[in-house]
Structures are given as structure tokens and as C-alpha cells.
Design a protein around this ligand. Structure first.
Ligand code: HEM
Ligand SMILES: CCN(CC)c1nc(N)c2ccccc2n1
Length: 290
């Protein structure tokens, strides 16, 4: 059965907006991280990795239990580099001890996306910390060296369509790869902390060359210093995926809309929010200044 979301005694939109603001202000303060990319992309990746362990076949894993806080999950080689995001969130968890880890990890991704000028992401609280014994085993996160059929099969585990898969991967407009984390490197100089459809524009416009990187892994590089993982490049090699790449390269609003829906589905997979009321849509810091 699905995990039942539990209402946070007496916490309302205002309380969660305070958590949002604390994360958003810390993002602005600590802007020098990772060559002035900041923590935003790393927080988005954490929110995806804590959700990407979900398996609809036995409803194990997923964002509900906040099990990333346990060593087994945090030490998954696929999570290398996310310790930075976890350390970033420790003082936030101390300041707001009433928020569950699952709610904090997902809210941090929503905050980062909105503060990086991404779409407004409706978010619902109610995740409840699970026991260490419920931590999913390693190996549930995807392998970047694979092709389009692997990507389609992998995301089939969450029940995602081709369109949802392509939209989700558009998050690779943020941040960069780090050789010491994943064995991939780049993009050079181009890494950004602004949410746009440029991942799709690059896929279609750049001249891609398959090369072996210093770790001996193959990746696609362009003269302008952009890079694509094999699983990124698969989106233009596979005809069914390619159609959505072309759509999003032409229409950033359509990308924002479809990304928002797929990201909410990713973060809420396996959770029954029942009659706990509608989702919260938080104001950005800029919207609160005025
Ligand atoms: C086929 C599925 C995917 C694969 C194989 C994949 C693989 C990777 C790899 C290898 C990195 C580099 C990590 C490092 O070296 O630090 C990365 C970074 C990243 N991924 Fe993905 N990813 C996938 C899907 C996603 C999804 C669904 C999202 C979010 C919705 C996402 C968001 C990110 C972000 C924001 C970064 C940059 C992190 C940083 O700059 O620290 N990825 N991904
Ligand atoms: C769109 C080019 N960028 C960032 C400006 C990019 N491209 C990627 N292909 C990429 C892949 C994984 C993680 C981050 C990534 N970032």
C-alpha cells in the first residue's frame, strides 16, 4: 500500500514559507560554492536522488521516509557529491526540528528550482521519517553510460512516459558533472544556475563528438565546451524522445509546464496525500521583497 501522508500538527503555509526562505537566503549567502555555481543544482539533484529510489513494484524507497539520512543510502556511490547538499541542509533541519527529512529534502529542491528562475512547483508536506531498516539498498539510481532503451526501461519503474522522461532530464540545464563524483567532466565554463531550456537547444544545435574522458568514460563533447552524458545524448538518438527535445527547444513555456508536472510526480511517487488539502505554492524571495 502507499505511504499515508501525515498532517504536520498545526503547521501552515506560513511555517513552510519560513523554511523555504531560510534555504533561499542561505543559497544567496553561499554563492561561491563549486566555482560560483552555488548549491542550487546540488540541492535539485538531492531531491531527485532521494525520490529516484522508489520502486512501484513493492512501494519501497522514494522520498517518504527520508532514509538518505542513513549511511547506507548516503554512501551509495551514485550519491557521491550530494554530501555537500546534506551539509548545507543540516543547520536548516536544526532551526526547524519539526520538519521531516523527506519533506526537507524535497522542499529544498523546490526552493532551489524556484530561486533559479524555474517554474513554480506545487509542494505538499506529510512525509514521515522511516526507520533505518527501511533504507533501500544501493543500485536503484541510473547508469549514465547507457542508451535510450535503458533510459525508457529505467523510468518505467516510476511509470513515466517518454514526454515526462525528456522533460525531467531538462534539469541538466543546471550545474555540472565532476570527475571525482561520477567519472564525467564538464561542461567547462558554461555551467549555469539558471533554469532554462538550453539543455534541449544545445542537444540539437551543437556538434557532438564522442570522446573518452580522463576517467576512461565515453561522453559527448562540443567545440563550445558543452558536454552530454550518453543518457543525455540518447534523447536525440531515439526518435520517440527526440520529438519532445525539439518541442522543448522551441517552447520554453511548454518545457516549464511539463517539467513542473513530472517533477511533482517524481517527488510524490508512492505517497497517498488523501484529503490533506491542496499543495502549497511558495513565493520566491524576490516576490516577498516588494
Ligand atoms: C537518466 C537519468 C539520469 C542520469 C544517468 C543522471 C546522471 C547525472 C550525472 C552523472 C551527474 C553528474 C554528477 C557529478 O559528477 O557531480 C548529474 C548531475 C545532475 N543531475 Fe542528473 N541524471 C539523471 C537524471 C536527472 C534528473 C531526473 C534530475 C532532476 C530532475 C537530474 C538533476 C541533476 C542536476 C541538477 C545535476 C547537477 C548537480 C551538480 O551540479 O552538483 N538528473 N546527473
Ligand atoms: C546545458 C549545459 N549544461 C549546464 C550549463 C549541462 N549539460 C549537461 N549535459 C549536464 C549533464 C549533467 C549535469 C549537468 C549538466 N549541465
Amino acid at each position: 500500500a502507499l505511504h499515508l501522508a501525515k498532517a504536520q500538527d498545526g503547521k501552515s503555509l506560513e511555517d513552510f514559507q519560513k523554511v523555504y526562505n531560510a534555504i533561499a537566503e542561505k543559497l544567496r549567502d553561499e554563492d561561491e560554492f563549486d566555482g560560483y555555481i552555488g548549491y542550487g543544482p546540488n540541492l535539485v539533484r538531492l531531491s531527485w536522488h532521494v525520490s529516484g529510489t522508489f520502486d512501484k513494484n513493492d512501494n519501497s524507497g522514494g522520498s517518504f521516509g527520508g532514509t538518505y539520512r542513513f549511511k547506507k543510502e548516503a554512501d551509495d556511490p551514485a550519491n557521491k557529491g550530494l554530501q555537500n547538499a546534506a551539509h548545507f541542509l543540516e543547520p536548516i533541519a536544526k532551526k526547524f526540528p519539526w520538519i521531516s527529512h523527506g519533506d526537507l529534502y524535497t522542499l529544498a529542491g523546490v526552493t532551489a528550482l524556484q530561486e533559479m528562475q524555474g517554474p513554480k512547483i506545487p509542494w505538499r508536506p506529510g512525509r514521515v521519517d522511516a526507520d533505518e531498516k527501511d533504507t533501500p539498498e544501493n543500485g536503484r539510481l541510473p547508469d549514465a553510460s547507457q542508451d535510450g532503451s535503458y533510459v525508457r526501461h529505467y523510468f518505467g519503474r516510476f511509470g513515466f512516459t517518454d514526454q515526462e522522461i525528456v522533460a525531467l532530464l531538462g534539469a541538466h540545464c543546471l550545474g555540472k558533472t565532476h570527475l571525482e563524483n561520477s567519472g564525467y567532466e564538464g561542461p567547462w565554463g558554461a555551467a549555469t544556475n539558471t533554469f532554462t531550456n538550453e539543455f534541449f537547444v544545445n542537444l540539437l544545435n551543437e556538434n557532438w563528438k564522442l570522446e573518452k574522458n580522463e576517467a576512461g568514460n565515453k561522453q559527448y563533447n562540443s567545440e563550445k565546451g558543452y558536454m552530454m552524458l550518453p543518457t543525455d545524448y540518447a534523447l536525440v538518438q531515439d526518435g520517440k524522445f527526440r520529438k519532445y527535445v525539439e518541442k522543448y527547444a522551441k517552447d520554453q513555456d511548454a518545457f516549464f509546464e511539463d517539467f513542473k508536472s513530472a517533477y511533482v510526480k517524481l517527488l510524490e511517487n508512492g505517497i497517498d496525500f488523501g484529503k490533506l488539502g491542496k499543495a502549497y505554492v511558495f513565493k520566491t524571495l524576490d516576490e516577498q521583497d516588494s
